[in-house]
Write a protein that binds this ligand. Structure first.
Ligand code: GTP
Ligand code: MG
Length: 497
């Protein structure tokens, strides 16, 4: 208790002293400022303005320096950039840039080529999209009775993308696209269908009633891509009038919730037909089951299509934008692939240099391990690869923070390195230098891998976050990398393995 009181009195005394010092300093500064001001006021005006100008310059410089040192540079938001509308020139510029840095831009480029071919043909593409067995192919058959479309009770009957020529009353050249249904067993077909929907002008989203969760997700995705969309509730022959009206209302609500246009004809109920088993009684009294085609009722769908095609320029523009987004997505995928490969090279390079350096050193010190040239170069290269633009200070801070975490990991690294080397036959007694070299290499390898993880997750280098990632993943990375790094060290060891 006594001690507590004593401390409090001490703190109160320090506060009192601080106040006295602050008041003294304030008086002193005020007096000097007033003094200087009086003299300047009495002197020539040029001196006054010159003095003020110098003060302003000094303040601005100080603020700028503080901003550079303390305030983190704002990294452009990658998602916001991706969400904005892309133009033909944007995507072409990005393609050229990516190609120059070695990314395989083939898939993205072929999307643009396909778009150019479709633009030249002038045909309007309508894509029938939806879950398996909802009657997409049956609808196409109802519109184009001569089309050779496969229809089956078993879901997943359509396994590729096909286009069928159709002319509406206005004489538009139209291609009806049949795609595999969502939710089929064959992997990847869902993606094929979604990409084709992106390439089309209009999506006719075929369902059989209220939307399932995956269907609602797909509607959202398509609307986000700016696709003009009609929800086609097929197989309406299965519902009574009231039930059908309630389902239509639910579909309209879904559409409104997803931000779709809820004008007339955006939700239609149709019957594509499809085959049905009918029991027939012949004149001799025997019964047999025969397949009969149900009568189709798709008039409202045709009206909806015609209305959507009233402004072809608008749907052309929307289709183009969706394809640019598709090409951008494919480019992003290729870039991600390239980054994975290239980062692997950079890490291997850094690790190899660390191993070579450690092998060359007579007695490798543990003090400045990763803050040196190799660590800086590897960090810079990886940041550049991920379009992160850290300040030199950030890199330095990251390496300092990481270095401070190495001490604890070094014994583990040495133990793992020793064990790992034993797994290689015929290397005899493992020399201390070699074990050190592998241990150093493992730490570099772990540094590179954790940095790649942070960069791909956050898109920027935040020193504390990256160093934490390094610390948390180091033992796992060390265990995983030992074979690779030990092999590297044996290759680099004077005289080979
Ligand atoms: N009751 C009823 N059944 C229908 C209707 N339209 C299609 N069908 C049946 O639904 C089943 C599936 O039809 P498909 O046209 O093959 O469906 P799909 O959407 O193309 O299916 P996948 O290609 O597998 O994705 C078939 O058995 C059709 O006979 C309809 O209007 N009413
Ligand atoms: Mg089909």
């Amino acid at each position: 208790m006594k001690l507590d009181r004593f401390i409090r009195i001490g703190i109160a005394a320090v506060i009192g002293l601080l106040f006295v010092v602050a008041i003294g300093a304030l008086l002193f500064i005020t007096e000097s400022a007033l003094n200087v001001w009086d003299r300047l006021d009495e002197g020539p005006k040029v001196l006054l303005y010159g003095y003020l100008a110098v003060m302003v310059v000094l303040v601005v410089t100080a603020l700028w320096l503080i901003w550079r040192l303390v305030v983190r540079r704002k990294i452009p938001d990658v998602r916001a950039k991706a969400a904005r509308k892309l133009s033909q020139s944007d995507i072409r510029a990005r393609l050229a840039e990516a190609e120059a840095s070695g990314v395989d831009v083939g898939a993205a480029q072929s999307e643009l080529q396909e778009l150019a071919a479709r633009q030249a043909s002038g045909a309007i593409h309508l894509c029938f999209f939806g879950e398996i067995s909802t009657g997409k192919s049956s609808l196409i058959r109802a519109l184009v009775p001569t089309a050779d479309v496969s229809v089956d009770v078993l879901g997943g009957s359509t396994t590729d993308v096909r286009h069928y020529r159709w002319r509406n009353d206005a004489g538009n050249e139209i291609l009806l696209t049949d795609v595999p249904g969502m939710g089929g067993h064959e992997e990847g077909l869902g993606d094929v269908a979604m990409q084709e929907a992106q390439r089309s002008h209009v999506v006719l989203f075929v369902c059989e009633g209220d939307l399932t969760r995956p269907e609602a997700g797909a509607v959202n995705q398509l609307l986000c891509l700016g696709k003009p969309l009609v929800i086609v509730m097929n197989k309406s022959d299965r519902f009574g009038v009231e039930e059908q009206a309630a389902l239509m209302q639910r579909l309209l609500e879904h559409l409104e919730l997803a931000g779709g246009e809820i004008e007339r004809d955006r939700v239609v109920a149709v019957t594509a037909g499809g085959a049905t088993d009918v029991v027939e009684r012949t004149s001799d009294g025997t019964e047999s089951t025969v397949k009969r085609q149900r009568p189709a009722d798709i008039g409202v769908l045709v009206v909806a299509i015609n209305r959507l095609l009233e402004d072809p320029t608008e749907i052309d523009e929307r289709r183009d934008r969706a394809v640019f987004r598709l090409a951008a997505d494919k480019l992003a995928e290729a870039e991600a692939h390239y980054r994975v490969q290239r980062s692997e090279q950079i890490i291997r390079n850094g690790t190899r240099k660390a191993v070579v350096g450690a092998l060359a050193a007579v007695s490798p010190g543990t003090d400045v391990l990763i803050q040196g040239y190799i660590g800086t170069a590897m960090t810079q290269e990886l940041c550049k690869l991920y379009d992160a633009t850290p300040r030199d200070l950030d890199i330095e801070e990251f390496l300092n923070l990481s270095q401070s975490r190495v001490g604890r990991a070094l014994p583990l690294s040495l133990a793992v390195a020793g064990n790992g080397l034993k797994a290689f036959p015929g290397i005899g007694t493992v020399a201390g230098g070699l074990v050190h070299a592998v241990a150093y290499g493992l730490i570099f390898d772990a540094l590179g891998r954790s940095l790649v993880m942070t960069l791909s997750k956050h898109g920027e280098l935040v020193p504390e976050v990256a160093a934490k990632e390094f610390e948390e993943g180091i033992s796992e990375h060390i265990e995983a990398g030992v074979r690779r790094v030990a092999k590297m060290a044996l290759e680099e060891k004077p005289g080979g393995s």
